[in-house]
Write a protein that binds this ligand. Structure first.
Ligand code: AKB
Length: 320
């Protein structure tokens, strides 16, 4: 069994992906790493857990060597809004963290790395409708800058695979929606918060305009897609940086209408803040046909199916 490490295991993607990886590879074969937050009970009890920072290369090297790691999921990242508040920390965690991971991988014989990019790699000069796989990448956020630079690093090492022997894979995640893990510090977070508020209080004030269309995805699709990309035969992959990865696009108004079908009393109002500017610089819909063609990507959840599942599960979770 391959030895796997998830760095950023308690984050929005990591907390669900780590559990799936432990089902696939066996609990003891998947090392969960976080920098500061507490490990959830299920993670703590199902396999090895460690605390160190992705910006500390020596700690990373020791741990990768100790566990004989072959595959790393480097998910530690500050999201768009938090990155704007502390651009230096974003640069260190998002980009230096990736470079450290690549350096340690090369030194310690790791074979494969997964690293998340985002729709934030695009910017206001990118076509916003059906954004192509290969297009202008001029983001106006530090988060986006770290994603473009990271994609270029992946492209470099994948291009020189014969020399380095390191297989790097990546997805440009849209806004991710989950009832298990709450996001923090992202521009697309409203699409999770709206469900909690709808169930808890029956109303929500959205920080984006009602017509702000953004690409989104339900977490079960995102986790399955990530595992499928990692399992795809290398010779099938034509993108050396990061794949466009899409499912559904909707506006806050469309999401609120869908919630209203199940919670008719729900009320929404709008008070756009500084996050609107970030959302306006991102695509509305992205074209992920290359992912569909190369490794068979197909999403399962549309807006209605996701909304129903979110409401059912949050109700159970909150006992409402
Ligand atoms: C964010 O909103 O910052 C993230 C993302 C789209 O990468 N969810």
């Amino acid at each position: 069994m391959a030895k796997v490490m998830v760095i950023g295991a308690t984050g929005q993607i990591g907390s669900e992906l780590t559990i799936e990886l432990r089902k696939k590879y066996g609990g003891n074969n998947v090392v969960a790493v976080t920098r500061k937050s507490e490990f959830p009970k299920e993670m703590l009890e199902s396999g090895p857990c460690e605390k160190w920072d992705v910006t500390n290369k020596e700690d990373m090297k020791k741990s990768v060597k100790k566990h004989g790691v072959e595959i790393i999921y480097q998910l530690a990242s500050l999201l768009s809004v938090t990155s704007e508040k502390d651009p230096n920390a974003a640069f260190q965690i998002n980009l230096i963290g990736l470079k450290n991971t690549i350096d340690v991988a090369l030194e310690c014989g790791v074979k494969k790395i997964f690293w998340p990019s985002s729709i934030a790699a695009f910017g206001p000069t990118t076509p916003r409708e059906n954004t192509p796989q290969r297009t202008v990448l001029e983001p106006t956020t530090m988060y986006g800058v770290t994603k473009v630079a990271g994609e270029n690093l992946l492209n470099y090492y994948n291009t020189h695979y014969e020399r380095y022997g390191l297989d790097l894979r990546s997805l440009r995640y849209p806004g991710l929606i989950s009832w298990r893990a709450e996001p923090g510090g992202g521009t697309t977070d409203y699409a999770v918060a709206i469900f909690y508020e709808a169930i808890k209080t029956g109303k929500y004030t959205c920080y984006l305009r009602e017509d702000t269309m953004l690409p989104m995805m339900y977490m079960p699709d995102a986790i399955r897609g990530t595992l499928e990309l990692m399992d795809a035969p290398r010779e099938k992959l034509t993108v050396k940086g990061s794949y466009n990865f899409a499912a559904i696009s909707f506006t806050p108004k469309e999401l609120a209408q869908e919630i209203k079908k199940l919670l008719p009393e729900f009320k929404i109002q709008y008070a756009p803040d500084e996050r609107q500017k970030i959302a306006d610089s991102w695509p509305k819909k992205i074209d992920d046909s290359q992912a569909r063609k190369d490794w068979g990507w197909k999403h399962e959840y549309d807006l209605a199916k996701m909304t129903k599942d979110m409401i059912e599960n949050i109700r159970k979770k909150l006992r409402k």
